[in-house]
Design a binder for this molecule. Structure first.
Ligand SMILES: [Zn+2]
Length: 138
């Protein structure tokens, strides 16, 4: 990240999502993340699939739902490009931790929430709660 800002504008590098955000994300993340030095900062482009545990709105079973989305976000530089020193901290959605890694976990979390289905179904033709003889207290 910091290294990228020292490279010429237009430089980019790609990462596997699970390599850099696994520890930050609540759910397994798969896909590719490309960071490009845009001249203003870092342009984040990613094609991701996050497997989220949802509760089926019909049968109430929990199931893993793969949420796919693409991210395109520009992050302002957090370090002074010429000196490599951190800029004064400003409130921002995007933070860089002590390892100079993007806090992509928060971005991914927001995109994941935006892309969740309103009425999740464990399968497209979920039959819902079957009226079996042994129903519970509900
Ligand atoms: Zn279901």
């Amino acid at each position: 990240m910091a290294q990228l800002l020292k490279q010429p504008t237009g430089s980019s590098c790609s990462y596997r999502a699970d390599e850099i955000v696994d520890a930050q994300a609540k759910y397994p993340v798969q896909g590719k993340i490309t960071l490009t030095h845009s001249g203003q900062g870092i342009l984040i482009r990613a094609e991701l699939t996050v497997k989220v545990e949802l509760t089926c709105s019909r049968c109430l079973n929990e199931f893993l739902y793969p949420v796919s989305f693409s991210i395109e976000e520009e992050m302002p530089p957090t370090i002074n490009v010429s000196s490599g020193l951190p800029l004064s901290k400003e409130p921002s959605d995007f933070t860089v931790d002590s390892n100079n890694m993007l806090d992509l976990g928060e971005i991914i979390r927001q995109y994941t929430l935006l892309n969740l289905p309103m009425k999740p179904l464990c399968q497209p033709d979920c039959a819902g709660i079957k009226e079996v003889s042994s129903h519970g207290s509900a």
